[in-house]
Design a protein around this ligand. Sequence first.
Ligand code: PEP
Length: 245
Amino acid sequence: KNLRKPFVAGNWKMNGNLALVAEFNQKLANVKADSEIVICAPSLLLHAFETHSFAIGAQNVSHLNNGAHTGELSVEMLKEAGCGYAIVGHSERREDQGESSELVALKAKQCVSSGVVPIICVGEPLEVREADDVESFVGEQLDALVSAMSVDELSKTVIAYEPIWAIGTGKTASPEQAQEVHEFIRGYFNKVDAQLAQGLRILYGGSVKPDNAETLFAQKDVDGGLIGGASLKAEDFISICQAAN
Ligand code: PEP
């Protein structure tokens, strides 16, 4: 675990405005944290961030190069806007836009090809957990990544395990539940390549708050978090970042 630098990413979703960016610029300017900190804000706000103590990311990206694709943003555009990261395959997009695991894998591959780090989301809905089927469900999401990407490409990604029943619900996975799936995910990649598995950052996402972050991040295979609601409050986000140190 010590080999892996802790990582905390905020996902603002379709929230925020220029005033919130200004507040974050000010409040996060002097944050001391040994973790990698990223804010994934709506693309139209990215230009306003002053990124000295943290990096910025997008919440989605096209799997295609520049061209006739109305309404899409390419990885080259995101990169020019200062993005070092992009969330891909968030469960809200899998649900609302019908993104398949195969498409998510192509988006992740497209990011890596331009030097943007994809934060690839996986995770099961409640009925899958209740049916005790989490490993086969998440395993299939991972299969699509491994089919589309080489070991070298996979080593340039970050995985976020986000059980859908814990997102925005205030119902966090217990540290034990999170660790169990994180261990499964690392074990899955270990069968692909041992070095890849050792270096891969696996984040937990789902109702992470200042008061539960530390015990979640202390788990052996939890390398940080992807934070939704609590990333909209600078003080909360800062204390979550510090819990990852
Ligand atoms: C998310 O959607 O990535 C997320 C983790 O949201 P929340 O922290 O609000 O549950």
